[in-house]
Design a protein around this ligand. Structure first.
Ligand code: GLN
Length: 381
């Protein structure tokens, strides 16, 4: 063996891969990794088929198919009132994770500080560290996980390069409010701080609430990379398709990395989505679609000994299990998968220090019968 110095010595395999593998191995209902157990629209599949048959099987342009970028621009302006130039400010990516990695690597230099809020999606910190950046995290408190902006202010100094936001939030299912936006705006005003806004669950927002995209606020939009996901929006996580929005000066740097990371992404699927996006109902119907699942699943869980945390967005429902056991969440998640036959994600995986508040995350992007079966098993716990 040739000696190799690990660049990420503390990093193991992501919890999503670990829990899905265990669920498959023992035949458990998999409510761990976030993906639907129903298929995407047959019309969308037909469009992909058509694109392949029409010979769209060679490289797409490096930043993405223009027809798709134009549709993304239309959607963004319609929803958030922001005008993005498809030529210079929109790039189609191989999913949200690639967009996040690319944005971080495009602008973070050694010793730059990046503020994240924990629990945090697990791909942020490793990307920051790989670039030599320093992760500054602020821990949020269950059950509401509100951001204490005065604490954020204390983390800011002249090395602070970026703040990473995620709304609707994975895993906590909270959303940014207008008050958060006001606090954030005041905080970054006249500071050279960029924002990376992970908005992959932008359409999964409930009870008539508003998604406060950075794109809605010109002074924030001007400093933001915004990441979206067609996998989440169109129930096709396996297609690994997403996009990034950013003002031209940031997108120019983003593309310098993107071109050597993936060059360009799946061409026929871009053709298909460009067509499919023309019907705004394909995404405007999502809040109702998922809210019904959320309500159904929550109602079921009320019959169990788990305590429900609030869920304003995303397709995740967290539960506290102090009434059930005092095991570590990682141990309990494994036992629940093996003995009860329902796989969940232990929320400690979203903290760099593995902080364990005895909370599990379930994904409810599932057929009703799957949710029924899962609840049935969970009532026996
Ligand atoms: N975003 C998904 C989740 O939180 C997982 C995606 C992945 O496994 N990379 O479950």
């Amino acid at each position: 063996m040739i000696p190799v110095i690990s660049k990420l010595p503390q990093t193991g395999t992501t919890i999503f891969t670990v829990m899905s593998a265990l669920a498959n191995e023992v035949g458990a209902i998999n409510l761990s990794q976030g993906f639907p157990d129903y298929d995407c629209s047959p019309q969308l599949i037909e469009l992909v088929n058509k694109a392949m048959q029409n010979g769209h099987n060679q490289y797409a342009p490096m930043p993405g198919l223009m027809a798709l970028r134009e549709q993304i621009a239309i959607k963004t302006e319609k929803l958030y009132g922001a005008v993005y130039d498809p030529e210079l400010e929109i790039t189609v990516t191989a999913g949200g994770t690639q967009a996040i990695f690319t944005a971080i690597s495009a602008v973070i230099h050694p010793n730059d500080e990046v503020i994240i809020f924990e629990p945090a999606y697990d791909c942020y910190a490793p990307a920051i560290k790989l670039m030599g950046g320093v992760v500054k995290s602020l821990e949020l408190e269950p059950p509401n996980y509100r951001i204490a902006w005065d604490m954020v202010k204390r983390l800011i100094n002249n090395k602070t390069k970026m703040i990473i936001l995620n709304s609707p939030h994975n895993p906590t299912a909270t959303i940014l409010t207008k008050e958060d936006i006001d606090e954030l705006s005041a905080l970054v005003k006249n500071q050279d701080i960029l924002i990376l806004s992970d908005e992959v669950y932008e359409h999964l927002i409930y009870d008539g609430q508003t998604h406060h995209s950075m794109a809605r606020y010109p002074e924030l939009q001007q400093r933001s990379f915004i990441v979206s996901s067609f996998g989440k929006t169109f129930h096709a996580t396996g297609w690994k398709m997403g996009y990034c929005l950013a003002p031209a000066y940031l997108m120019q740097e983003f593309r310098k990395i993107h071109q050597f990371l993936v060059f360009s992404v799946n061409a026929p699927i871009q053709h298909a989505i460009a067509e499919y996006l023309k019907d705004e109902n394909t995404y405007l119907s999502l809040p109702d679609f998922f809210q019904e699942k959320r309500d159904y699943f929550r109602k079921g869980l009320e019959q169990t000994r788990f305590e429900l945390l609030p869920c304003s967005g995303s397709y995740f429902q967290s539960v506290a299990y102090d009434n059930v056991t005092d095991e570590k969440d990682t141990d309990f998640a494994v036992r629940l998968t093996m003995e009860t036959g329902v796989a969940a994600i232990p929320v400690s995986a979203f903290y760099r220090k593995g902080i364990d508040r005895h909370i599990l995350r379930f994904c409810f992007a599932k057929r009703q019968e799957t949710l029924d079966k899962a609840v049935d098993r969970l009532t026996k716990v």
